[in-house]
Design a protein around this ligand. Sequence first.
Ligand code: AR6
Length: 167
Amino acid sequence: MGQIQIVQGDITRLEVDAVVNAANSTLLGGGGVDGAIHRAAGPDLLAACQLLGGCPAGEARITPGFRLPAKWVIHTVGPVWQGGEREESALLASCYRESFSVAKAHGIASIAFPAISTGVYGYPKQQAAEIALAAMREWVDDFEKITACCFSEADAYRYRELCRECI
Ligand code: AR6
């Protein structure tokens, strides 16, 4: 029986088997959490990503974590918020599902997610948190620990309000 943990902080510091990156479809780096992960992992991460040939929204790819404490990085591409009528919620749910599926296939026991799409991509934070937590609840028994890594205290508060059973 796994647990969902909510933490506030920088995902690049977490000692987990895998961290999820909120990437763009080129997988060649960017700002936000993507930039932070590439900086912390070092240049070998970009070289590994260059071999992947990109990734469509809603899918996930895996690379080593290189200099990160995490052994793996799972790169997923969230939807750009366009008002909610462009399959955004289905695509965001797919990001979580596909990331979990890739993680399970690699024997990963602990995995940490940022709040995918809620930065540059503009997804409304409350709706995104509901989708994230619903996916985490579906997969909780397939992992030892699932971590929701919130960058701000306000984001962590939002998650805690939505998840009374989370630790
Ligand atoms: N640790 C944890 N969460 C973080 C960190 C960090 N170090 N840094 C930012 N966040 P964003 P998106 C949070 O913009 O909306 C990139 O340029 C941030 O506060 O990183 O999916 C990619 O290359 C927010 O809650 O990702 C794409 O082009 C969350 O991470 C684009 O941004 C996601 O914000 C993807 O946009």
